[in-house]
Design a protein around this ligand. Structure first.
Ligand code: ADP
Ligand code: MG
Length: 676
């Protein structure tokens, strides 16, 4: 038997079963062998059925006696499975899971785990987890639990896997021998066999590590290789060392750049002076001053006779950047143009003409920049701000408006090292960790509903001193409608509560022009209080705002809370963040507690990641990455770092075998999907 054989070579797998297995992603013998258990159960102690009492978490072992299905009323099916050991009978009960019926066959031996319940005088286990007891469990042994589907029984699957393991002639090694030896991993066959039938937890963990490492190694090798190939024979725009314009901008800043800003600017300048195009990620917490660093890069590309595009996620931010940049670049002849979807037809025509004719150096805009009609005379640098709001694809589309442009990706969502490596593995990275001097930490408090009136009085005091207040209402995922209602209610209450101050309202589905007008009134200080759904999250700069009040804060992720908090503390005054906690879950309370303990976005992002998992935070899946079977880029981050290091050595000069394995794993389609 060979790995690439269809699973129908295994006796007992007919056409019907083949279709069912295909639903689990199993088409070949190789797929079957790599269909790893979802988790393992440790059967330390099996309880005799006679000993069972009400409300115990137990493991029992027994034989299926009878399977019955009842439909006491429409839309309710009850599957009852009677099982017995030598001492007693019990019943397993499943509600509305008729598909499970085929998983139980009279006579079959099972290991059963769940919580007991006494009903009608007998012991039941509702929604028990079961797996086939191929062997009698021994103390300390762990038993695999496979994800299953209708019509595929655990013990059949386990049987086929064992058949395949015995019959497959060759399971080739895929990691380079030197890497395998250095890490002390055994053969691949051994690792796979252990995953399916582990002698003990420790051996299983070791086998898992070897397989996870292999996945991460190829993921990193693919990224590095892709970048290498992309750079081959490519001549980018080799800028000259910093000249008069860059210096003029540098001297023009109304502040001294921090060490981190200087270092990031130098790394960027170095990249831009290379013939290979820059691909750099600039990470800096909210308020760390990324815009100033970007301004220096913009001046540099202009000085070299090329244009730049700066793409941002919102109109408001685009307008704000244009204003800032015009001020900072004013000592030079550099021209800055705004391009968003909301220009008038005439303004748009003029902007497009100036861009195409090379009459403007820097174009700041929203998604509108990507449109077909936008043609640059000589695009040399693409900067995306708040990168996490865009897909890789949009960035690439913009980059293709020039030839081998330099790329700078800026993000305020601090990306833990782990994610930087896996999601942005094709980018170099600069980090601004240090905030500009004089920033006072934002005092952060967790509050309860009973304190609301006190908090409102505090708003009053702050506003009386000319300061401003953000009130953010939670995003209610189930319904945009109730989301809006919460904000509306709050708006009405605050309008009544503070009759002498202007109160504004912004929400997601508001027409763009109205939203912008409201933001503008707040930025100008006309409105002192702004009620918002989480739309204020992105980049607005209102230095007079000193209070960030977040209602039902437990509904937000840590990184999001941190971003919101970053909206205040932008001026010279002490600022405050008040997290109104309405919940009663311990985990949520803990998260809010963390907010009061640290202002470090990187620390919060790491914690968020551990709590919520990678996918949610950065749209890991959305980025089009492959599903990893074994590795978890967050939990396995140490392994990821090692894998990247190991892969680096092979990226420039991989053996034909490595290349073939890369192609087999990702293929052309993979890179096409991710990057084009
Ligand atoms: P972000 O990194 O979040 O984009 P910004 O670039 O908007 O941050 O900068 C936040 C604020 O800090 C701006 O008002 C900016 O002018 C100011 N700033 C930037 N660098 C410094 C510095 N080195 N010293 C003092 N203020 C600075
Ligand atoms: Mg910014």
């Amino acid at each position: 038997m060979e790995l690439h054989d269809s699973i129908s070579v295994i006796k007992g797998i007919g056409p019907k079963m083949k279709t069912r297995l295909a639903g689990l992603g199993i088409a070949t013998v190789g797929d079957l062998l790599q269909y790893f258990p979802r988790e393992y159960r440790e059967f330390a102690a099996v309880t005799a059925m006679r000993e069972l009492r009400d409300g115990q978490d137990v493991i029992v072992s027994g034989e299926v006696v009878r399977v019955t299905e009842r439909r006491p009323r429409a839309r309710l099916t009850i599957l009852a499975v009677e099982v017995a050991d030598d001492t007693a009978h019990i019943e397993l009960v499943y509600f509305n899971q008729a598909w499970r019926r085929s998983q139980f066959v009279p006579g079959q031996r099972l290991l059963i785990r769940g919580r007991t319940k006494v009903a009608y005088g007998r012991i039941q286990i509702v929604n028990a987890e079961v797996c086939a007891a191929g062997v009698t469990p021994t103390e300390g042994a762990i038993t695999p639990v496979y994800p299953l589907t209708e019509g595929v029984r655990a013990n059949a699957l386990e049987g086929w896997i064992q058949i395949a393991l015995d019959a497959v002639k060759e399971i080739p090694e895929t990691l380079p021998a030197a890497v395998r030896t250095a890490r002390g991993y055994g053969s691949r066959r051994e690792a796979i066999a252990v995953m399916h039938r582990p002698p003990d937890a420790q051996t299983q963990a070791r086998a898992r590590e070897a397989l996870a490492f292999e996945e991460l190694f190829y993921l990193q090798l693919g990224l590095l290789r892709w970048r290498w190939a992309e750079r081959q024979g490519v001549t980018g725009i080799k800028c000259v060392p910093n000249g008069a314009w860059v210096r003029a901008v540098y001297e023009q800043f109304p502040f001294t750049l921090t060490q981190d800003q200087l270092r990031a600017a130098a790394e960027i300048a170095d990249d831009m002076e290379e013939a290979v195009p820059m691909r750099r990620l600039l990470q800096g917490d909210v308020g760390s001053g990324k815009t100033a660093v970007a301004a220096l890069a913009l001046a540099k590309i202009a000085e070299n006779g090329y244009q730049a595009a700066l793409m941002v996620p919102t109109e408001i931010l685009a307008v704000q950047h244009v204003e800032t940049l015009r001020a900072w670049l004013s000592p030079t002849p550099i021209r800055v143009t705004l391009l968003t979807g909301r220009l008038s037809a005439a303004e748009r025509r003029a902007a497009l003409a100036a861009i195409a004719a090379g009459e403007t150096n820097i174009v700041v805009g929203t998604h509108a920049l990507i449109e077909e009609e936008v043609e640059f005379a000589a695009l040399g640098l693409v900067i995306t701000d708040e990168q996490h709001r865009f897909g890789v694809k949009q960035r690439m589309q913009l980059e293709r408006k020039g030839a081998h442009v330099h790329t700078l990706v800026m993000t305020a969502t601090p990306i833990p090292r782990t994610m930087a490596l896996s999601v942005y593995g094709d980018l170099d990275s600069s980090v601004i960790r240090e905030l500009p001097p004089g920033r006072q930490p934002i005092r952060t408090y967790v509050a309860r509903r009973a304190q609301e009136e006190r908090i409102f009085r505090f708003f009053e005091r702050e506003m009386a001193q000319g300061h401003q207040v953000y009130v953010v209402c939670p995003l209610i995922a189930e319904s945009a409608r109730s989301d809006l209602n919460a904000a509306m209610d709050m708006y009405e209450r605050l309008t009544r509560r503070f009759p002498s101050y202007g109160v504004g309202l912004v929400y997601g589905s508001m027409p763009g022009a109205d939203k912008e007008a409201a933001m503008r009134r707040f930025a100008d200080g006309e409105d002192r209080l702004l009620v918002a759904t989480s739309v204020v999250e992105v980049g607005v700069n209102v230095p007079q705002a000193t209070v960030m009040y977040i209602d039902a804060a437990e509904r937000f992720g840590l990184s999001q809370l941190h971003q919101l908090r970053g909206r205040v503390g932008r001026g010279e005054w002490q600022s405050y963040c008040i997290l109104m906690y309405n919940g009663n879950s311990e985990q949520a309370a803990l998260r809010l507690q963390w907010m009061t303990e640290t202002q470090d976005g990187f620390v919060l992002a790491e914690r968020d990641l551990l709590l919520r998992g990678a996918g949610e935070l950065f749209g890991y899946r959305q980025h089009g990455w492959p599903d990893l079977r074994v590795a978890d880029p967050v939990r396995d981050w140490r392994l990821l770092v090692d894998a990247r290091q190991a892969a680096t050595a092979y990226a420039a000069n991989p053996s034909p075998a490595l290349l073939a394995e890369l192609e087999r794993r990702f293929g052309h389609a993979f890179w096409e999907r991710v990057y084009h």
